[in-house]
Design a binder for this molecule. Sequence first.
Ligand SMILES: *Cc1c(COP(=O)(O)O)cnc(C)c1O
Length: 394
Amino acid sequence: MRDCFEKKRTPFYYYDTELLAETLAAIKRETDKHEGWHLHYAVKACANAKVLQQIQRSGFGADCVSGGEIRACLKNGFRPDDIVFAGVGKADWEITTALESGIGYFNVESIPELGVISDIATNMNKVANVCFRINPDVGAHTHAGITTGLAENKFGIAKEDMIDVIRLSHRLPNIRFVGLHFHIGSQILEMDDFEALCHRINELQDQLEAAGIREVSCINVGGGLGIDYEHPDDAPVPDFKSYFETYAKYLKLRPHQHLHFELGRAVVGQCGSLITRLLYVKQATKKQFAIVDAGMTDLIRPALYGAHHHIENLSSNSPQQLYDIVGPVCESSDTFAKDFPLAEAKRGDLLAIRSAGAYGEIMASQYNCRELPVGYTTEDFLSSSEDMPTADTE
Ligand SMILES: *Cc1c(COP(=O)(O)O)cnc(C)c1O
């Protein structure tokens, strides 16, 4: 790929659509074993149009957290009733957009939100399907910034309020209660965390039945499965088997119930790389810096979460040296890696920052008046084959 990459202005995102296809097929293989299991891709991980289209064509629905994401999904072929809509702060226009387009259901995160959806639905003479997002108070072994299922997090409705909220919804004629929604966090690699969620859901289902509430048709367990950032080539396709088997084993679904998943990172994370060019190698007293043309504006995860990404020099096979790999933005946190081993690098080399398909391009900003990075897929390089060097010019 490196020769093709040379033709494009850096930095840019590269999405390996063959790997994406393999990943989607691996998910399908596991979920198709079970009747009534559905996957809604969590669009916030990556909303690149070509990536969305490929995911849609593979038969996935979408999990949106904003009106903008709903629009992006409709534009890229998702059927409205395959879209679900979560988020703690849904604005009126977003609720209206969702009702107008006829999405599958809302994942409602508070009582005030339920009231507003009810009012808007009544005015529009529509019925809104709702799942309640319940905060399961289950911890996850992940970064504090991305746990969402603890009582102290801002997400969802306290589990103690679950029954009252459902009863309240029964009194609202333009609201139809369809189920329960959960999401405990992101980049979770311990199957125990998902198992704990299953046990909590089983408890809550028992409580509902004891209270005579039997119309829960949908259990949505969110997403959160992590990927291997250290060794992207060892596990290009995440361990979906263990993940889905955990739910099959521990979650006690009632016969009529559908199980919905909302994976984001695990679907697209390993398929994307941020391709950047080395501008300067700068020798400092204690370090050498590899200064690249991508910055925290293109990929903010290292600056925001201290996230680790594997980085490789695509242009060199020389022995490795240690570099601090940094961007050009005027912030010290604009650092991709410290003391990272890289094949000896020189000005002009192309570097790949791996595992950047999720929460990469979509989080890009224009700080320092920088341009947003472009996202290319494998097909973009195949289709422009006319301007590639032919074998005899190489
Ligand atoms: C972010 C999010 C997801 C996806 O999380 P991943 O860790 O990327 O799988 C799923 N559901 C909800 C409600 C989310 O906010």
